[in-house]
Design a protein around this ligand. Structure first.
Ligand SMILES: [Zn+2]
Length: 392
């Protein structure tokens, strides 16, 4: 935690004109400075900064506050993040509570093993010949740029039984740690433990501090018997029911827009984010748990489901989300994507509309949803034919 004294010291040191001036061109007008409001995207000089009082105020959207609330409102930071943001700009260092606690972290070896694996999988994808097929799938098949693939930390688990285990052994990472990290497993039939993920595209799952804690693995095999996706098992640092994929990237956008888009899978999320739609998450597995819904409600007032309505998995998870969010979020909105439109074209439409209208796509989608103003329930939505709603 940051002490109150330190917060006041940062406030005293901070130059609110400089911090706001990074985002707006301000002109002096008597004792105040004026410019267009960056919070509502105004054009006239309705946004005032009062350096003596350390405050700002917009006379159009009525947003106002101090040097900490400005980055909170503009960038969607929480208070502590905003304190750090301001502290950085006035050369004050804020002790990182994590660092102090690190020595006591009982699962440090597991975290390090997962971080090692994430790095090793990435190297297999980019540096090894066997990574070619996976790169082709991502770039050619999924239309992702190299930059996007790197941003999401994708890697490759090669088609072999013990590649990761052998690489880890060279760094003296023990079988015990790898097992507890959910990276290898033993069976009676195998003489030695073997890699859990084999011949899979590896998708690291990060916690809110952007550290890898587990993986999703998408098969690269054509065989029908291989499950399409497998996730890391629950470990001391990875609890599937408690985290959602993508929140470390999307939470600021979600907070800004007050809407979270919930998609079914990793690749849906990646396609949307690569297309510039940032306020999106994917639950791990088919249904959103109550814990996950509550987590999302800290960031969003509304959840908008973008599920393939032709899939059998469609009904139960959305009903679940509705019932969860009914309690913790204001109404969960219903699917707004007609069946059988791939999420990629949905993303493209969203992006185009965004460019044309300067309105974020989620807002477009919601504005076009019949449920935008009412308290939608699953039954009501279904009765009015929600799955074929024309929103994208
Ligand atoms: Zn404003």
């Amino acid at each position: 935690m940051v002490s109150d004294e330190l917060i006041e010291e940062i406030r005293a040191q901070a130059d609110i004109l400089q911090i706001i001036g990074e985002h707006v061109t301000l002109r002096r007008s008597g004792r105040t400075y004026r410019g267009p409001c960056p919070l509502h995207g105004g054009e006239g000089p309705n946004f005032s900064v009062y350096p003596e009082r350390g405050l700002f105020k917009c006379f159009v959207c009525s947003e106002g506050g101090d040097v900490f609330s400005f980055p909170m409102k503009l960038l969607g930071l929480d208070f502590i993040e905003a304190v750090k943001f301001v502290a950085e700009r006035c050369g004050i260092s804020v002790p990182d509570a994590d660092e102090a606690r690190r020595e006591e972290d009982p699962f440090r070896d597991i975290r390090e093993a997962v971080a090692f694996a994430a790095d090793w999988y990435q190297r297999q994808l980019w540096e090894e010949k066997q990574g070619e097929a996976a790169r082709r799938y991502l770039i050619g098949g999924r239309g992702l740029s190299e930059e996007a693939i790197k941003r999401f930390g994708f890697g490759l688990a090669p088609d072999g039984w013990r590649g990761l285990r052998e690489a880890a052994a060279q760094l003296e990472i023990s079988d015990d740690v790898l097992t507890r990290a959910g990276l290898i497993r033993s069976s009676e039939r195998a003489k030695e433990p073997y890699d859990l993920f084999r011949n899979r595209l590896m998708i690291p799952i990060y916690n809110l501090r952007s550290r890898p804690i587990g993986f999703g693995g998408r098969t690269l095999s054509d065989a029908d018997d291989a499950p399409k996706y497998i996730n890391s098992p629950d470990t001391p640092i990875f609890h599937k029911g408690r985290i959602v994929y993508g929140l470390d990237w999307s939470r600021h956008a979600i907070r800004r827009k007050e809407v979270v888009l919930v998609v079914e899978g990793f690749m849906d999320l990646v396609s949307l984010m690569a297309a510039g739609v940032e306020n999106v998450i994917a639950p791990l597995g088919t249904s959103l748990t109550e814990h996950q819904a509550r987590l999302l409600s800290r960031y969003a007032k509304k959840a908008l489901l973008l599920y393939d309505s032709d899939k059998p998995a469609w009904s139960p998870p959305s009903r679940r989300l509705t019932s969860c969010c009914g309690r913790v979020c204001t109404p969960a909105l219903q699917p707004c994507r007609p069946a059988k439109i791939p999420i990629r074209s949905c993303a493209r439409v969203g992006q185009r509309r965004w460019r044309n209208t300067r309105t974020p796509p989620s807002m477009c989608w919601i504005a076009r949803s019949r449920f935008c103003s009412g308290a939608a329930t699953w039954t009501a939505a279904k009765a009015s034919g929600a799955p074929s709603m024309d929103c994208c």
